[in-house]
Design a protein around this ligand. Structure first.
Ligand code: A2R
Length: 317
């Protein structure tokens, strides 16, 4: 029986991942999530424990007792914008928390597979080429969040070299879906539209830079990629890096237009200066060819259905 540990389990991706893992590995793995908040009602076959990764002693005790065979590490300060505002908290969660986890994992007699969820943001200035980037591209991260993820990758390579733990680095690009919070652009648009529809905000929405293009995936496709890699880990080389992305950049403006077409009421769009990011990256897209070759993964979600799920979730909140 495999024992799969998911960190950041009560977060946006974590909740989807715990449910999907419990279903996919029913009868062949035990799935346990850890996180700072409470989880609420757990999917069948999964368990959850409240644990702060910065509490090194409790984390080590828990990991030694559970002895995970696989760790999906999602816990992080996950928003680029928030990370820029909170650099010390970012480094603590994204690097110190990660080191605590790696140290605890290395104490296990049979070292686990560690799936480190990094980010497509690590490519940074390399996106200025405008082309979809593969894992062969040298990252040029800028800012607290991208730097913390890139240094996390490098730190793990260094620290885990002293152990038999297998490291798999995952670089997801932007993902969207039900349960995402409004620090992220599509959830922010959907939330504002839902409040206008409900009459709880005036009929205009605040936006930032609409001209940037980003590579969006449905959360189910992102989690599907993680599951495929976890299922086939024995065929993967330690240290392998995988982009998880659509390869099809969309402008934020086009995403807003798609949501507008689904809205039940008309609304105005107002540029809010505090939502403008001084980002010089016009287009950020990735090439997931390596992932497709390794596992057969391809994005399966239909864009309009993804957006309608996001909007339905915003209306239900
Ligand atoms: O900050 P909280 O209490 O909401 O918990 C977040 C958790 N987390 C931690 N858990 C334990 N110990 C810590 N020191 C700690 N710091 C943060 O990680 C939250 O529940 C979770 C991250 O969830 P979200 O913010 O919803 O991020 P999302 O979109 O699920 O992204 C998952 C991963 C992240 O590594 C992103 O950087 C990557 O996918 O794109």
């Amino acid at each position: 029986m495999r024992r799969i540990l998911v960190t950041g389990a009560a977060g946006f991706v974590g909740r989807h991942a715990v449910a999907a893992l419990a279903e996919r590995f029913a009868g062949t793995a035990t799935v346990v999530g850890i996180g700072r908040g409470s989880f609420g009602s757990l999917p069948e076959g999964a368990d959850y424990r409240q644990l702060d990764l910065l509490d090194q002693a409790s984390l080590a005790t828990f990991v030694a007792a559970f002895r995970p065979t696989d760790i999906l590490h999602l816990a992080a300060l996950s928003s680029v914008q928030q990370a820029g505002d909170l650099p010390t908290e970012t480094w603590r969660a994204n690097l110190v928390g990660l080191l605590n986890l790696a140290e605890a994992a290395m104490e296990i007699a049979s070292p686990p597979n560690l799936f480190f969820v990094s980010s497509g943001e690590v490519y940074g200035r390399a996106f200025l080429s405008g082309a979809p980037l593969s894992e062969e591209t040298e990252p040029q991260p800028v800012g607290s969040y991208p730097l913390s993820k890139r240094l996390g990758e490098q730190m793990l390579r260094d620290v885990l070299a002293k152990s038999d733990a297998k490291l798999i680095v995952l670089r997801p690009f932007n993902h969207i879906g039900p349960g995402q919070d409004e620090r992220f652009v599509v959830a922010s648009f959907a939330g504002q539209i839902a409040r206008i529809e409900a009459g709880s905000r005036p009929p205009w929405i605040e936006v930032g830079n609409l001209s940037a293009s980003r590579d969006f995936l449905d959360i189910d496709d992102v989690v599907g990629a993680y599951l495929g890699l976890i299922a086939q880990v024995d065929a993967l080389e330690s240290g392998a890096v995988f982009n998880i992305c659509s390869g099809l950049p969309r402008t934020i403006e086009s995403v807003l237009a798609d949501l507008r077409a689904m809205a039940r009421v008309p609304f105005e769009v107002r540029i809010a200066p505090d939502r403008m990011r001084p980002s010089e990256i016009a287009v950020a897209a990735g090439d997931a060819g390596r992932l497709t070759a390794a596992t057969g993964w391809r994005p399966a979600a239909v864009w309009s259905e993804t957006l309608s799920r996001v909007l339905a979730d915003a209306r239900a909140r």
